[in-house]
Design a protein around this ligand. Structure first.
Ligand SMILES: [Zn+2]
Length: 329
């Protein structure tokens, strides 16, 4: 096995029956050299199906970064049908600064897909991923977590629709084997990898996990087993997926930009747990000033299940605090 530099990636021309790590050149850097994405691929004798696995689209989400090499080491080309493409760090600039977004242009990679060939660094990475990796793919898994700021249960998310693409995404989500499944009705909010995949008719899944600026080993293992399970489900490898009982099947808008926010600055204290059922009018938490006086009580206007909570206590006006979603079954 060698490490190669791939200047002009063409998935259909990758050598067959091969397992390789390499670097994908995206665009020149101001200080010389190139912005490059790490790339791991495994090819069997046939090209299809092509599964694309992405991680660290946000630079402070580590579970997928650790899971991808584990997946790679478990696979043998002669036992693989199709092509597995994996990019463990998509947002290389943000990963370098351990931040959600790139500090070079301030942009969120998960809001700029399909990108722009002549745009800022984040837009150019999105364009590269879309053109070179997403468009040829038959199935997408985008590995996310809550990162530093948000806490989210370990789950597999999918685009919920009644068409063939939706049915294949739900079947893939069930095969992934997480105990929480979260479906999102169409339309997918703009700018995500899943938005473009859905527009292209590609079934797409993504993960969440508590995150926190580190990766819990149980989440790394869940994501590793989950991707290997989906490969079995897609008949890329032999065997049956190792499933866990589904404890929560949730349905709702997965847009983490559209959540309960704080109207004031202060110190946020939650009073609910992830996956807790809440009722209309229930107090979810408080915002206090530095003397401990309650400035605002955070009250929910909808009943449902707590799916996301802010982890960082200090809040500025408009910061996201809590998201509520619904149970499907
Ligand atoms: Zn993310």
């Amino acid at each position: 096995m060698s490490t190669t530099h791939l200047k002009d990636l063409n998935i259909s021309r990758l050598p067959r029956n091969t397992k390789e790590t390499g670097w994908l050149e995206v665009t020149p850097r101001a200080n010389g050299g190139h912005w490059k994405l790490p790339f791991l691929y495994v090819t069997g004798s046939t090209i299809s199906p092509i599964l694309l696995v992405m991680a660290a689209v946000h630079g402070d989400e580590y579970e997928g970064v650790e899971a991808i090499p584990r997946i790679f080491h478990k696979l043998t080309p002669k036992h693989l049908n199709g092509t597995l493409l994996m990019v463990p760090i998509c947002n290389v600039p943000a990963y370098g600064t351990a931040t959600r977004n790139s500090t070079i242009d301030g942009k969120n990679l998960a809001r700029v897909f399909p990108g722009n060939a002549h745009g800022t660094i984040t837009e150019q990475i999105a364009y590269f991923l879309t053109e070179k990796l997403l468009k040829p793919a038959d199935f997408l898994i985008d590995l996310h977590s809550g990162g530093i700021a948000a806490s989210i249960p370990t789950l597999i998310g999918y685009i919920h629709s009644d068409d063939e693409r939706g049915k294949r995404a739900l079947a893939g989500a069930k095969a992934f084997g997480a105990s929480v499944i979260w479906g999102h009705p169409l339309p997918v909010p703009p700018g995500r990898s899943l938005t473009i995949a859905t527009d292209l008719g590609i079934p797409a899944l993504y993960t969440e996990a508590p995150g926190g600026g580190f990766a819990r080993l149980e989440d790394v293992k869940c994501f590793t087993t989950g991707v290997l399970n989906v490969m079995k489900h897609l008949n890329m490898t032999r065997g049956n997926p190792k499933l866990q009982p589904v404890k929560h099947h949730l349905l709702g808008d997965g847009n983490l930009d559209d959540v309960i926010t704080t109207p004031v600055a202060g110190y946020f204290r939650t009073e609910v747990d992830l996956l807790e059922d809440v009722n209309v009018g229930q107090q979810l938490g408080t915002i206090c000033n530095v003397f401990g006086d309650v400035l605002v009580k955070i009250i929910t206007e909808q009943a449902g299940v707590v799916i996301m909570q802010r982890r960082i206590h200090r809040v500025h006006p408009g910061d996201s605090l809590i998201q509520i979603t619904q149970r499907l079954e």
